[in-house]
Design a protein around this ligand. Structure first.
Ligand SMILES: Nc1nc2c(c(=O)[nH]1)N[C@H]1C(S)=C(S)[C@@H](COP(=O)(O)OP(=O)(O)OC[C@H]3O[C@@H](n4cnc5c(N)ncnc54)[C@H](O)[C@@H]3O)O[C@H]1N2
Ligand code: MOO
Length: 424
């Protein structure tokens, strides 16, 4: 394949770089961000409101119906007109009762010098301007007796549009929807809405040790781990495990997944061993390498390729390294192209003081899973046990990933910021 085939808007530094070319942490992030900019944005789906939870809104929504929709009663009680209260200083008056108005009724005009029974949410009849709560009156024979001090214009009435009027901006493009937004959309009687289509991600693990009949079988940790991370983001994930070191099998599986995926993530087989087949197979398939390995620890073999328009993330097989590369590079990339507004797409950070000292080597940025806890007014980071590139126990104890750039040192008590580890 001609690797110079442009994406829709090729940024200069998305030109293929010779393999092997190792980049540093910042260069890797910059290439990913240029790739994100160059991709076509997500497509749009029209879906029923009942399926909108977790989806990303693809349209601005303004109010077409005010809230409340009309002047309504805030109490179960009696509606009357304050002008019926005598000005002679009487403490109490009696008003004959009218029919009951319930929510859903369109009441006729209020009869002066009477009180209409009214229930919470029911429309105030034209001509009434006060509601007295049921428990504040005494009942007579077809009349209510009320204290004149309770007669105040507007009392217990919610005015049309007092929460928001017609035209009020409610939600913006890029909002990730949850119950808070769905209640607003429901208030507008919206039955269908435009949301961004989630990307289809193909996850492919490979390695002979992953075959269930391998003489030295190893459980596939990366596939369920990646599926969980990606599905929590609302992405559609398909996965395939190639339990062999056969290039032909790997090639067939990549082709099969690529036909149904917008983005491919491979794990394993990306280092320099004799059975590390991902790079040669992707090259046979005409993929271009955008970077080959990153100066990070763990995760050095992490490689980014592009097969036609499809980004291909090649993660190391070691599960700890695969988890960190996904959290630090892949998920932020996916959030940035998902249509989510940039504030929501940004990875949340944790700030606090380090309880440990650490020095990164001069040639690698270190990415360390850390625990975060509040101590007094400050957050404190501490190391979690067993943080090798193949370890996963550490993540159950970790709240974030601390990045210590190449050649830098943190001392006990230094102020640090870590990327929060989250399910989404
Ligand atoms: N000579 C060199 N050797 C290695 C280098 C290097 O620079 N020079 N880099 C090391 C680093 S760093 C890493 S990380 C690993 C990555 O290797 P691969 O991505 O090729 O991964 P594999 O060799 O296939 O597997 C490594 C390790 O991970 C286990 N694994 C693989 N897939 C899974 C899975 N889906 N679930 C659970 N565990 C998995 C596999 O069994 C191996 O134990 O390379 C170093 N070598
Ligand atoms: O970088 Mo590897 O990811 O340390 O084992």
């Amino acid at each position: 394949m001609d690797c110079s085939v442009p994406l829709s808007q090729p940024p200069a530094f998305l030109k293929p770089i010779p393999v092997p070319a190792m980049v540093d942490y910042d260069e890797a992030q910059a290439i990913l961000s240029a790739l994100a900019d160059a991709l076509d944005g997500p497509q749009i789906d029209i879906i029923p409101l009942a399926q909108a939870n977790g989806r990303i809104l693809a349209e601005n929504v303004s109010a077409t119906t005010p809230r409340p929709e009309a002047d309504i009663s805030a109490m179960d009680g009696y509606a009357f007109c304050c002008a019926d209260i005598p000005t002679n200083g009487a403490h109490s008056i009696s008003l004959p009762l009218q029919d009951c108005i319930v929510a859903g009724d369109q009441p006729s005009t209020h009869n002066r010098s009477t009180a209409a029974t009214i229930l919470t949410g029911a429309r105030i009849p034209l001509g009434a301007d006060c509601v007295i709560a049921r428990e504040r009156v005494t009942m007579g024979d077809g009349v209510i007796h009320l204290n004149t001090a309770d007669a105040l214009v507007g009392k217990n009435i919610r005015r049309a549009g007092e929460e928001f009027p017609v035209g009020h901006p409610l939600l913006k493009v890029g909002q990730k929807l949850d119950w808070r937004h769905i209640s607003l959309l429901a208030s507008q009687n919206i039955k269908h809405l435009a949301v961004y289509k989630p990307y289809r991600i193909g996850v492919l693990a490979n390695g002979a040790e992953l075959a269930s009949d391998a003489p030295d079988y190893r459980a596939d940790i990366n596939t369920p781990m990646l599926c969980a991370m990606l599905e929590s983001m609302g992405l559609h994930v398909q996965h395939h495990t190639v339990g062999s070191d056969s290039q032909a099998e790997l090639r067939d599986s990549v082709n099969e997944l690529a036909a149904q995926s917008d983005i491919i993530i491979t794990t394993g087989g990306i280092s320099v061993g004799q059975t590390d087949n991902v790079l040669p197979v992707m090259e046979q398939l005409g993929a271009c390498c955008l970077f080959r390995r990153v100066k990070i620890r763990p995760g050095k073999p992490f490689t980014l390729m592009r097969q036609a328009e499809t980004p291909v993330f090649c993660l190391p097989g070691n599960p700890g390294a695969a988890a960190i590369c996904t959290q630090i590079f892949v998920l932020p990339f996916l959030r940035s192209i998902s249509g989510t507004n940039p504030q929501q797409a940004a990875s949340p950070t944790l700030s606090g003081r380090s309880s440990f000292a650490f020095s990164s080597p001069s040639d690698a940025t270190c990415l360390i899973p850390v625990h975060y806890a509040q101590s007094g007014k400050e957050g404190v980071f501490s190391l979690v046990p067993s943080q090798g590139a193949s370890d996963v126990l550490c993540f159950s104890h970790a709240s974030g990933i601390l990045r210590i750039p190449a050649g830098q040192t943190i001392k006990v008590g230094d102020w640090c910021a870590a990327m929060a580890l989250s399910a989404v």
